[in-house]
Design a protein around this ligand. Structure first.
Ligand SMILES: [Zn+2]
Length: 395
């Protein structure tokens, strides 16, 4: 039995407290807990206590972390970006296991305890990406929990053979099926979504669809996803990522879609996109009760160098994109990158409560909002009661 006592830490919206952890589980949350004889003591000294941070949308298989600087090529369409990406993989022989391991270490050091990562699957790259990522998931399972999404980044129906590869990836242990712009990339929205939901049913997995399609085209894809979620009975098991369309339709159309999202518990992933593109109205969606998740998206990959692996930084960017300045707005984003993301990903043992896993992060800052704005490196990261990083270094 391994017992740890964290003394004097400050959880969000609660009084300073001690936390007693035994065998990875939070056993007691109270001030001045008497230390059991065998307990390891961690002095919080008034540090902030965060729950483990969750990166609910990233692409670990193709992060270029640790490789020489990659100059992003000029492109005008997503199809061009995707073609560049395949070319880069051919020429540079990207090792998905190595790159996802580097990404994971950077994430752990910055306080991340759970990740949902997509892995590209196409007829050139095959299962290299998803197998490399699943190996990292298994290697590092005691430090970070990684949920792997089988993802047809290059399109699915336009590349015969891709569906079979996705099917194989799910058989080998990918936990979620991903989809991509059913009209804009495959140009066959019904065919694309029927196939994705068919794979979801066959393998009993959740669905997470990248939807960059703007305005009414994107809203039409929403309609089709909603239809299939209802028909399959996949309530609470579908996420729509990016969902730019929600920022580009009129209020009545938006409200009608929101009602469907609520009925079917469909989640929306927003990472506070750059570039002034229309984006989901985070505050309005949260007020209406829509389930939300966030993440860093691709880190330093062929799409661009702007994203970083730290979730406090992502919380800052979501605040920035949505012009959140008040404490209650910033704290709501902290909830998105912790409790709300955990709920969307189905992490049952998550939460700052007795009986939950001790996935905890200590940060030295004035308060939780200041930590989002100033983004310091955590002084300590704990996964299931074990210290995994101190001062930015993975143990
Ligand atoms: Zn993505």
């Amino acid at each position: 039995m391994v017992t740890t006592l964290i003394r004097n830490a400050r959880p969000l919206r609660r009084e300073p407290t001690d936390v007693l952890v035994t065998d990875g589980i939070i056993r007691q949350i109270a001030p001045d807990i008497a230390a059991p004889a065998d307990a390891e003591i961690i002095e919080g000294n008034g540090a902030l206590l965060f729950q483990g941070l969750i990166d609910g949308h990233t692409h670990m298989d193709k992060a270029l972390i640790g490789l020489p600087w990659h100059s992003t090529k000029p492109t005008s369409t997503i199809t061009e970006i995707i073609a560049n990406e395949r070319q880069l993989r051919r020429e540079e022989h990207i090792d998905a296991h190595q790159q996802s391991t580097r990404h994971a270490h950077a994430a752990i050091a910055s306080g991340t305890t759970h990740i949902r990562s997509f892995a590209d699957i196409d007829t050139e790259w095959g299962l290299n990406g998803v197998r490399g990522l699943m190996q990292t998931r298994d290697d590092l399972k005691d430090k970070v929990q990684i949920q792997v999404v089988a993802f047809p980044q290059s399109g699915m129906l336009i590349r015969p053979g891709t569906v079979e590869l996705l099917d194989q990836a799910l058989s080998e242990g990918a936990e979620v099926i991903g989809g991509l712009d059913p009209s804009a990339i495959d140009r066959d929205p019904k065919g694309h979504l029927d196939t994705i939901f068919g794979l979801a049913e066959k393998h009993d997995v959740d669905v997470d669809i990248h939807l960059h399609e703007p305005g009414e085209l994107g809203a039409f894809s929403f309609d089709l996803i909603i239809e299939r979620t209802r028909a399959l009975g996949w309530k609470g098991r579908v996420t729509i990522s990016h969902a730019f369309a929600l920022g580009g339709i009129d209020q009545a159309r938006l409200d009608a879609l929101i009602q469907e999202l609520l009925d079917l518990e469909i989640a929306i992933m927003s990472h506070g996109p750059s570039g002034g593109r229309p984006a989901p109205p985070v505050e309005y969606l949260r007020q209406r009760g829509v389930r939300m998740i966030s993440g860093n998206d691709g880190i330093q990959d062929s799409w661009g160098p702007l994203n970083r692996p730290e979730m406090l930084n992502r919380a800052y960017l979501v605040c920035y994109r949505n012009n959140f300045r008040r404490d209650d707005q910033i704290e709501d984003v902290i909830d998105i990158i912790t409790n709300s993301s955990a709920e969307v990903m189905g992490i049952d043992d998550y939460g700052f409560a007795v009986g939950k896993a001790a996935d905890l992060v200590l940060v030295e800052e004035e308060n939780h909002c200041a930590a989002v704005i100033r983004r310091p490196t955590p002084t300590l990261v704990m996964k299931r009661g074990r210290v995994t990083a101190r001062d930015g270094a993975v143990i």
